[in-house]
Ligand binder design. Sequence first.
Ligand SMILES: Nc1nc2c(ncn2[C@@H]2O[C@H](COP(=O)(O)OP(=O)(O)O)[C@@H](O)[C@H]2O)c(=O)[nH]1
Ligand SMILES: [Mg+2]
Length: 287
Amino acid sequence: MGNAPSEPAPPSLELEKPWRKFDWRQKNELKKRLEEFSVSHPDVKCINILVAGQIGAGKSSFINSVNNTFQERMTSSALVDSCGGTSFTKELKVHRVRGVKGDLPFYLSDIMGLEAKILAGTLPEDVIKTIYGYVRDEYKFNPEMSISDKNQDYVNDPSLSNQAFCLVYVVDAKTVQYIDQGLIDKLKIIRHAISHDRIPQVIVMTKVDEACPLVKEDLRKIYTSKKIKEKMEMCSEAIGVPVNCIFPVKNYCEEIDVDDDVDVLILKAFDQIVNLANDRLRDRASE
Ligand SMILES: Nc1nc2c(ncn2[C@@H]2O[C@H](COP(=O)(O)OP(=O)(O)O)[C@@H](O)[C@H]2O)c(=O)[nH]1
Ligand SMILES: [Mg+2]
């Protein structure tokens, strides 16, 4: 009786070379640049960014993670829903990005979850109206009816400062393969409405730690993980956004201290978001 033939080694989950070049030492440089950021339009003091996505995708956690990075501690300005289920954020909530040395010139607006069913979550019309600045902070969305100009929270004549100059769509890496057609259709309506205005769109893909065991163990494997690369491609195909506009991140959730690797991924995504928004504002200034 000889030895049983050894089982073939399982295929590796890791690529030899990273699929995206990434400098893990750029945290301080990115942070400094964002802390000293100046808005490219003379009439706009702060850039508004709208954060949309499905319930539980990690929108509120992303907003908190951006603040944690700049404040160098855990913050909880956006309430995180750890129970799942229905959307915790039922109203528009605008969050200022704050740093240790003072406020930064950015607002992140947290919007109620966008759901696949026609009458669930925010209506696409409400997302579009929010992007164009027609919806006041703390407006409670009605999933059955879009806000009308009769509503006291309707801004009749929004200024450039009320408008959002980047739409961030938050997607959960664990569930990208199950993105529902109903949701894709809702997103199409939104993208169609804002694309002629060239409002940039970025996808933040969260929960990379839960989507890949390698990454859970070591976040630096995010760009050598086959699984994450696959998820990014699926996401790009389903939503129709190029891979270079998708940023994988791990949000702060269980930590009690900030971490350089978590920070640098969050900062890279945020840097790209504000630069795209600022480019659009610069164009608006010359139109
Ligand atoms: N492991 C992990 N959990 C996350 C991440 N982002 C969010 N979560 C968890 O996912 C749940 C929903 O997050 P939340 O921010 O409330 O989602 P929202 O409904 O889109 O605002 C919470 O339990 C979070 O702690 C992440 O990157 N990794
Ligand atoms: Mg939320």
